[in-house]
Design a protein around this ligand. Sequence first.
Ligand SMILES: [Zn+2]
Ligand SMILES: [Zn+2]
Length: 244
Amino acid sequence: MKTRLKKALDRALSAILPNRCLLCHQLVTGCRTGICNYCLPTCLYSTPVCLGCGKPMTIVQCYCGQCMKREPLKVIAACSYHQGLGPWIAAIKYQRQFAVLPPLIEALACRIKSLVSRGTIQMPQALLAVPLHSNRLHQRGFNQAVVIAKSLSKQIGIPLVEGVIKREKDTPAQAGMSGRQRRLNLRQAFSVQLSLPLQRVALIDDVVTTGTTVSEIHKLLAAQSIDVQIWCLARAEAPHISLE
Ligand SMILES: [Zn+2]
Ligand SMILES: [Zn+2]
């Protein structure tokens, strides 16, 4: 309870102290917002990680030994959700607190460019954002995945194509659900509105937890023979922690 109270106080304090680091409250200098130069590196991945399961690795390659056998969806993230910025990433959509967006998007863009230059992943031809249902979009006023995708599109120079995927079902929030419940919750929740003359796309979301949402969309795009990789701000590696 004490920790929760402290976190709530930290958030309130940071909201009224502009240009202060969200984590240590030191003044942030330069044009960066949200997080200082000392705290940011401690919140980002400091080693290569497996694009399948998120495990740290000693060398840059696509998958760890275990994932190599089954080649799961490739997820490229800037950080782990559990590495310090999780509550602030959740605050983007729930409290419209956008301060961590610019540094995290920049870190994600850097990671993507580095993986492309090493040949670990191929640059996609277009970006797609995980859609919200129109009811949720109306309530929230914005889709955080679109906000992230627009900024990445500018930084990486790949177009964002909107309106390709539609969320048909206004499904309940997934937090707290098991993997099976998530799969049932999202069954036939999405549809593809256009057929894309593309071979490779990146699907953008804020957080990937169990990967159920992105897997559902991947199935639809794979049916059009489109290769899909996932780009997100953070991945929550432990599937029992449901924060999507
Ligand atoms: Zn700091
Ligand atoms: Zn792995």
